[in-house]
Structure formats: C-alpha cells, structure tokens
Design a protein around this ligand. Structure first.
Ligand code: FES
Length: 85
C-alpha cells in the first residue's frame, strides 16, 4: 500500500494479488489520512476510529464511516502506473 498525491488528491495505491488498485486516501468519516493506517489483506484500516474499506472497491465495511472511498481506474503500461483522476 503506497500513498501518492495526484492532481491535488491523496490517493492510495494497493497491490493485491498482483492487481493494482487506487482509492481515495482520505477517510470519509473525519478526513484522516488512511496511509497512516494499515493494510489488512484487501482492506485498509483507518488509524483514527478503525473503519475498514475494501481497497478493491472503496466499499466501507464497518462504522463509524458510512460513505465509501472513491475508486479510480488504473492502467499499467510499460512498468508505469496510470491513475484516472
Ligand atoms: S476518521 Fe476514519 S473512521 Fe473516523
């Protein structure tokens, strides 16, 4: 799991089973930087109140967050990762 800043957005890139996924890196509950949290299998755990989000879809998996993360399209070409923001 790696945080990047693209076009003014904080984004998390995650390699899950060889697939690269990109979701917003800011928790939808109280705007905490999710890169300060940790990755648990295919989920990121918010460091502040421990909501979990599916890194493949952005789906929120437990409260207190109720709004999913934005998911971004990813393309890998020639060893470079492109994220559609
Ligand atoms: S700030 Fe992330 S769960 Fe509250």
């Amino acid at each position: 799991m790696s945080p990047v800043d693209l076009a003014g957005r904080r984004i998390i890139l995650a390699n899950i089973g060889g697939e690269v996924y990109a979701v917003s890196g800011v928790c939808t509950h109280e705007e905490t930087d999710l890169a300060m949290g940790f990755m648990l299998e295919e989920r990121v755990v918010c460091p502040l109140h421990l909501s979990q989000f599916d890194l493949r879809t952005g789906e929120v998996l437990n409260p207190p967050a109720t709004v999913p993360l934005t998911k971004f399209n990813v393309k890998i070409d020639g060893g470079s990762i492109f994220v559609e923001v």
